[in-house]
Ligand binder design. Structure first.
Ligand SMILES: [Zn+2]
Length: 137
């Protein structure tokens, strides 16, 4: 029977009760923020990084459309870097479907996107990996 596995539940929080998912970055006492968690702060070398929930929305900094995906995914699909107000950038798949032209029309730099959780891949047995994605709003 196929199963679902949440990829990195330490950085993707999926609240119960219908609240929207959000990401967790890690903030250092020097003020730097990192995503995902690092073993130490590259800015000051401290290993005292504290979890910091990110806003549920961010701005699309840039994106690319993939024509030949990894096995288990259907093309075309889009990936983008999203800037969050807390000062981190996160790369993930973007929830847009259709042909190449449809995806190109649906995305533009600096648009608002929200964090979602969804299937990012299936293995050969049909098991689904759930992770963070972005959705245009
Ligand atoms: Zn630091």
């Amino acid at each position: 029977m196929a199963e679902q596995v949440v990829f990195h539940p330490d950085i993707l929080k999926i609240p119960e009760g219908g609240e929207k998912p959000y990401l967790v970055a890690y903030k250092c006492s020097c003020g730097s923020a990192w995503f995902p968690k690092l073993p130490f702060c590259p800015n000051c070398w401290s290993d005292k990084l504290e979890p910091m929930p990110l806003s549920k929305t961010g701005k699309l900094y840039t994106y690319t459309i993939v024509a030949i995906p990894q096995p288990g995914l259907q093309a075309p699909l889009a990936y983008g870097f999203v800037n969050f107000p807390e000062g981190v950038s996160v790369c993930a798949q973007i929830d847009v479907t259709g042909d190449l032209e449809t995806i190109q029309k649906a995305l533009h730099v600096d648009m608002d996107v929200e964090v979602t959780a969804g299937v990012i891949r299936k293995d050969k047995d049909g098991n689904e990996t759930i992770s963070y994605r972005f959705k245009p709003i």
